[in-house]
Ligand binder design. Structure first.
Ligand SMILES: [Zn+2]
Length: 118
């Protein structure tokens, strides 16, 4: 015979969904850490949440760089040096932001292999 079950499930009892779901994302080695944050609908541990955020930032900046290149070519075609200069400045900022994110990822992963480069 059972007593009334508590309504709140303790997380320490290994309830489903409390594990980091990082391996589901990239098919890598399963992470055994407890999930602490939710990123894009996935419950992730602190380290992997940061990693996922950095990956997202890099992708985002990559898209911005692509458009800067596009606009920059168009601006030089139209002989708008002031626009080209402005875009050049933005490209420098975007490139620096990407490099910072890659450095953070390297530190986080404890190695310098750029395995995320597809
Ligand atoms: Zn994890």
């Amino acid at each position: 015979m059972r007593e009334n079950r508590a309504q709140v499930h303790s997380l320490e009892k290994g309830s489903r969904g409390s594990r980091c779901e990082f391996s589901h994302m990239f098919g890598g080695v399963p992470c055994v850490e407890a999930a602490r944050e939710s990123v894009d609908g996935l419950a992730l541990c602190g380290r992997h949440a940061l990693e996922a955020k950095l990956e997202g930032q890099i992708k985002c900046w990559g898209g911005i760089l692509f458009h800067i290149d596009l606009w920059s070519r168009e601006a030089s075609r139209r002989e708008r040096p002031e626009v080209v200069r402005l875009l050049e400045h933005q490209r420098t900022q975007a490139t620096a932001a990407i490099e910072r994110a890659y450095e953070d990822l390297d530190l986080l992963r404890g190695r310098a292999r750029h395995s995320w480069e597809a």
